[in-house]
Design a binder for this molecule. Structure first.
Ligand code: AP5
Length: 217
């Protein structure tokens, strides 16, 4: 099954996609994670895109499309994948159509109040990428990952002024894509108006997934 997890910054795309990936044994392909890795390794691509990430602006389509096309052609994506953070513009959605057939798009609708609260408290493991929240999902030991013992850090783009830019980019360039997929009748919306525990949101997502996909996938 080929899935897209769609939603605003801080909507929970990474948190929920990683659980879907474990449950269904399909790779979690997150463009934001790929880009942050390139930046931290100081690669040519990383140098080219760092400014966009720091400012909370979208990386140019041709760069993103090339990265995703390469990743989806790898062996582990043959039997399905979950895309997190891609596509984010109409040209990206059209490029994706050339790469794969999408079975389902899960759209997270989350209020702005919840988003800002989540992002300012988010911490991530430098080693394994596990996502925490100091208020709702704190690690057992401060600054240390429960899963692998790695160091927890705060993302550069989780500063208030950059969060504002990311939300604006989402509203103007990404949100209109929901209509693009709605016309194909493959959109399932998950509405989170006020904070709900992750397990509760996961139950809603699994139920949407299991009622929409053929029994054998
Ligand atoms: P990206 O990394 O994709 O960032 P984003 O879309 O802004 O999304 P986030 O990672 O901030 O949030 P999320 O929805 O994954 O939420 P999370 O699960 O962490 O992209 C970063 C940048 O890369 C972009 O700004 C752009 O520059 C570039 N880029 C990436 N893709 C691109 C593309 N296709 N085109 C162009 N440029 C691109 O959750 C957030 C917090 O909430 C966590 O702390 C989590 O623990 C907590 N949380 C989640 N659910 C719950 C819950 N139910 N209860 C309590 N806490 C919760």
């Amino acid at each position: 099954m080929n899935l897209i997890m769609f939603g605003p910054p801080g909507g929970g795309k990474g948190t929920y996609s990683s659980r879907i990936s474990e449950r269904y044994g399909i790779p979690h392909v997150a463009t934001g994670d790929i880009f942050r890795r390139e930046v931290s390794e100081g690669s040519d691509l990383g140098k080219k895109i760092k400014g966009y990430l720091d400012r909370g602006e979208l990386v140019p389509d041709e760069v993103v499309n090339e990265v995703v096309e390469r990743r989806l052609s790898e062996e582990d994506c043959r039997d399905g994948f979950i895309l997190d953070g891609y596509p984010r513009t109409l040209p990206q959605a059209e490029a994706l159509d050339e790469m794969a057939k999408i079975d389902l798009v899960i759209v997270l609708e989350v209020s702005e109040e919840v988003i800002i609260n989540r992002l300012s408290n988010r911490r991530i493991c430098r080693r394994c990428g596990e996502i925490y929240n100091l208020r709702s999902m704190p690690p057992k030991r401060e600054g240390v990952c429960d899963k692998c013992g790695g160091e927890l850090y705060q993302r550069e783009d989780d500063r208030p002024e950059v969060i504002r830019n990311r939300l604006e980019e989402y509203r103007e360039r990404t949100q209109p894509l929901i209509e693009f997929y709605r016309r194909r009748n493959i959109v399932r919306e998950i509405v989170v108006r006020e904070e709900k525990p992750v397990d509760e949101v996961m139950r809603m997502i699994y139920s949407a997934l299991e009622s929409s996909l053929p029994a054998e996938v």
